[in-house]
Design a protein around this ligand. Structure first.
Ligand code: ZN
Length: 191
């Protein structure tokens, strides 16, 4: 009954499903379940298949894998040979002190990152660990809502608020100490 009431309430208040999901993250677990269920009911009684789809909206897929490199030009040639395709864009992100290039492998991207100054996180990473996988990025529907959910679940956020990243993305990072040593990015297309 509560779920049906919430559905009608959301329609009456003209709250969209995305906004309803944001409220859902701030609720106690029991209420969260009913809001979650109410979204499914209001989307047409598609049951657990729909429920699974809703869950996937939180972490939709691996968007890209970030790889720290010393020399972007040389690495572009190396990865072009490895993947048998050329990079489709290069882009500087001054706020992060990086120059990036992107390759497509199916629907996952490879992001090569070269430091543009010595205070860049990529410079520090290569100084301590050498070249290699720097981070994994997951596509999410809403970076703000997902960041809130992850912080409430006990993960340490490097960024308290999302920021502009490369490739027309809004991004936020989780500290690797809370993710088994894997620097984790969440990202969404900038609207
Ligand atoms: Zn990235």
């Amino acid at each position: 009954m509560l779920s049906v009431a919430l559905t009608f309430a959301s329609i009456a208040l003209n709250i969209g499903h995305t906004r309803l999901r944001q409220y859902m993250f701030a609720c106690p677990p029991v209420l969260r379940f009913f809001i979650f269920y109410s979204i499914n009911v209001s989307q047409g009684m598609r049951g657990f298949a729909t429920a699974n789809k809703i869950i996937l909206l939180c972490m939709q897929k691996i968007d890209h894998i970030g790889i720290a490199v010393k020399n972007l030009e040389e690495s572009n040639l190396r990865f072009a040979k490895l993947l048998n395709t050329v990079h489709y864009k290069t882009e500087e992100v001054p706020s992060e002190g990086v120059m990036t290039s992107f390759f497509e492998v199916g629907d996952v991207k490879i992001e090569l990152l070269q430091a543009t100054n010595e205070s860049s996180p990529i410079h520090k990473f290569i100084e301590s660990k050498g070249e290699g996988i720097h981070h994994i990025a997951f596509a999410v529907e809403d970076v703000n809502a997902e960041l809130q959910r992850l912080k409430e679940a006990g993960f340490d956020a490097i960024h308290d608020t999302p920021k502009q990243g490369a490739d027309n993305k809004v991004i936020a990072f989780l500290h690797p100490k809370s993710t088994q040593g894997v620097l984790t990015e969440i990202c969404a297309e900038q609207s």
